[in-house]
Design a protein. Sequence first.
Length: 451
Amino acid sequence: MNLMRRRTFGMTTHKLRRFILPILLTILILLSVVLSMYIWLNPSRYEHESKVSTTSSNSSLTTRTIDDIYLPTQLIYTNSQGNQSLLINKNVSLVSQFSEQLRKWDARSISKVRITSAKSYQALLNGEDSYVLNFPDSITVSLFNTIFKQQLNSFRSSEFSRIVIPVNDTNHMYFLNDNHHEIYSVRLKKKSLTSLKRVLAADKVKQIAVKMTYEDNTTYIDYPKQVTMQHYSYLMSKAAASEIANRLLDADGNSTVSVHNRSGKQEYTTGSYKRMTVDSKLGTVYFEDYSDSGTTRNLSLTSQLKKSFNQLTSLGVPMDNIRYYGFDATSNSVIYRSYVEGFPIFNQTENGDVRIQLTSNGLDRYYFSLYSLQVPVPTTGQKQAVTLPSSTSVLKRLKAAGYKDDKIGSIELGYEWSQNKSSKLVIDLTPTYYVYYNGTWRTYTSMLSGS
């Protein structure tokens, strides 16, 4: 009899779990619809017609500053035994807290360090009892000044992608440029790690074992042990293509925007200089601006990154989760991605990113998605955690499957964007390894399965 009761209770619990998630999803969706209706039906929206609507949209988009978008994405600590850990706190951004502290320091001067070997470079990169703030790609000293409210006057155009902060050196930090192992020493005043040590000592700080290796002018971040990461689900929002068209093609409110359907795609044009193409099936937008075409411009990396940020804010995409991901010098494109807990999200578009291309001949191109993440949705216990193999194991399996070592680039821990099977309004974010192989990002599982 007791056994039967336990079985009945188990079946009831299972049924409850099956029904609770759809109910919660329905409540969240209804709440979103009600809020949207309230915003659209608010009479104040009609006081100045479309011009006020455009201004209002732009002001909400710029709540994320350039300081937020170009922050580092990783904080790595090397202890006194030389063991390295990626530090994460799901409740608060440790990188942001570290950056806030760095803004209080006084960077007095910068000088280039003479380094003759890659071995010396890696020694500083993996220096014991030190913190490393990693940017996804290079920034400049000038942009560092903007982000961290400093005034370094020398080497302003010099590039770097890592900041090394030794714990026991109270007067210096170092900028590291992987290309040709360049190192810059920054002399500091007011340097203090006291408050940060208290934050990092909290129980909620998660440590993921990593190992930074410098090879062929590139730093690789390996995961030598299994990694357990959270699975997430988010309610998805979709921007209206017509609103984006008005913002990009009719910013002054005086232009006529034409719409044509071509091979399943919507094409918005104004005059012969601007064109926006929307792929309704993929939910992607491709925008071209020829109005300055033929104008020669030679933008520095600093100017490219700052101008691209200004263009990013004009697109109308929600920027809560967006961060700088990289610069493609071949196409003069600045690449941005959405992030969760410091890890990039892939698959949101074909390339999984937002691209701002500002060419040397004055042509501008933007590529982005209509879809974005809105609010997190509760997930069942079975989906909350995913354990992945070590990146070392992944690399061995790829080589055994016949993939060529010289075509395998970075192996990056990130999230795969996919449609929830139960609801079209929900996006699942599943942790996995992405491998840059032969010029394309692919999940390691798809490579091993041959799909």
